[in-house]
Design a protein around this ligand. Structure first.
Ligand code: FRU
Length: 326
C-alpha cells in the first residue's frame, strides 16, 4: 500500500473513533459498548394501578432528558407470561440494558438470568427476583415500611406493651417480594404485643381495590370487632374502607395503607378515609439515572434503597399543597 494512502486511512480511523467518543473515559471509547445511542427496554408488570402509571410517567420524564436514549416500554398486562415474552423480545433485539419491575419473583427469574447470560445488564425495580443474578436493584425497603406501619399500629392501639386490638391484614400479591416483606416487617413489632391479634386468614389481594373490598366484606361478616386494617397498598386500604363504610362500620376502624401517592393515598388520608399511609416512592426516575451511569461506563452500586416516611393528618395537607392538589 502506498504510504500516503496508509496514513490517510489511519487518520480516518482516528477521526471516526474520536467522533464517537464524546467525553467518555478513554477505556470506554474503545469498548464495544461505547455508543452515541443506547436502547433501553423497560418491562413494566402492569399499568392497572395509579402507582404504576406514576412510575411510568416519572421514568419517561427522566428518559427525555437524555437524547442518547431510545426507550422501549412494554406493559406485561398483569400477566407473568406476557412479561416473560416482553423480556424475550428485548433479548432478541439485543437492547443495551433492561429495566424490569417483575410481577412476581419466581416466574420472572429465569428470563432475567438469560438476559444476564447474554451480557445484557438488568436493573430490577420495586419487586425483587428469586436470586440476585442481576446488575442492580432499586426500590423501597419494604421490611422497614412494614415495621414502621407495625409500630404505628401499636401506638394507635394503646402503645408498646399495652396495645390491644383485632387486626385484618390485606395482602398484596403473595408471590411478590414487597407483600412478603411488608408482612414480615409488620409482624416484628406486632408479635411483641400479646393483646394484638391478626384475625383473618391470609388471602391474596393482588394489590387490587375490588379484591380487598371482598376480603374486608368477608371479615366484617365474620368478626364483630375489627380495630385496624393493615393493607399492603393504598388501593386495597381504600377498598377495605369502602366495604366498612357500606356496612356502617368505618368509624370504628383505623385504616393503614402503603404508597402515599398524592392523588390517591395522601388525598384519602387528608379526607380521613385512611388514618395513615407510608411512602413507597416509584423507582422510575432513579432507574433511568442509574442505567445511564452504567451505559456511560460508571460503576453503580448493587442496591439503591429509596426513602420512606409516615403520612398522616400531621402532614397530608402540606404534601397535597406541595403537589398542587390543594
Ligand atoms: C402497584 C403496586 C403498588 C405497590 C407495589 C408493590 O402495582 O401494587 O401499589 O406498592 O405495586 O410492588
Amino acid at each position: 500500500m502506498n504510504i500516503k494512502i496508509f496514513l490517510f486511512s489511519l487518520m480516518s480511523v482516528a477521526v471516526y473513533i474520536f467522533a464517537n467518543c464524546e467525553i467518555t473515559p478513554v477505556s470506554n471509547c474503545f469498548a464495544s459498548e461505547a455508543k452515541q445511542k443506547y436502547t433501553i427496554g423497560f418491562s413494566q408488570a402492569t399499568i392497572t394501578e395509579p402507582w404504576r402509571l406514576l412510575f411510568n410517567k416519572e421514568l419517561r420524564i427522566e428518559a427525555e432528558k437524555y437524547p442518547e436514549i431510545d426507550l422501549i416500554v412494554r406493559d406485561g398486562l398483569d400477566d407473568e407470561k406476557k412479561q416473560i415474552a416482553d423480556v424475550e423480545e428485548f433479548i432478541s433485539r439485543k437492547v443495551d440494558l433492561i429495566l424490569i419491575s417483575p410481577k412476581v419473583a419466581d416466574a420472572l427469574t429465569p428470563v432475567v438470568n438469560k438476559a444476564m447470560d447474554r451480557k445484557i445488564p438488568v436493573i430490577v425495580l420495586d419487586r425483587d427476583l428469586a436470586n440476585k443474578n442481576y446488575t442492580q436493584f432499586i426500590g423501597g425497603d419494604n421490611q422497614l415500611i412494614g415495621r414502621t406501619a407495625g409500630e404505628y399500629a401499636v401506638e394507635h392501639l394503646g402503645g408498646k406493651g399495652k396495645a390491644k386490638g383485632n387486626i385484618v391484614e390485606i395482602w398484596g400479591g403473595m408471590a411478590a417480594t414487597p407483600a412478603q416483606d411488608r408482612h414480615s416487617g409488620f409482624m416484628d413489632p406486632i408479635s411483641q404485643e400479646a393483646g394484638i391479634k391478626i384475625i383473618n386468614t391470609p388471602k391474596d389481594g393482588d394489590w387490587k381495590q375490588d379484591l380487598a373490598y371482598d376480603i374486608m366484606a368477608e371479615a366484617l361478616d365474620k368478626f364483630d370487632k375489627i380495630d385496624l386494617v393493615y393493607a399492603h397498598n393504598d388501593p386495597m386500604a381504600y377498598g377495605a374502607y369502602l366495604a366498612a363504610k357500606d356496612m356502617g362500620r368505618e368509624k370504628e376502624i383505623i385504616f393503614l395503607g402503603i404508597d402515599g401517592i398524592p392523588a390517591e393515598g395522601v388525598k384519602w388520608v387528608y379526607e380521613k378515609q385512611l388514618t395513615a399511609t407510608f411512602l413507597y416512592m416509584t423507582p422510575g426516575a432513579e432507574g433511568i439515572r442509574q442505567a445511564i451511569k452504567l451505559l456511560k461506563g460508571q460503576s453503580i452500586p448493587p442496591n439503591v434503597i429509596l426513602p420512606t416516611m409516615v403520612i398522616d393528618s400531621t402532614n397530608a395537607e402540606e404534601i397535597l399543597k406541595n403537589n398542587g392538589l390543594f
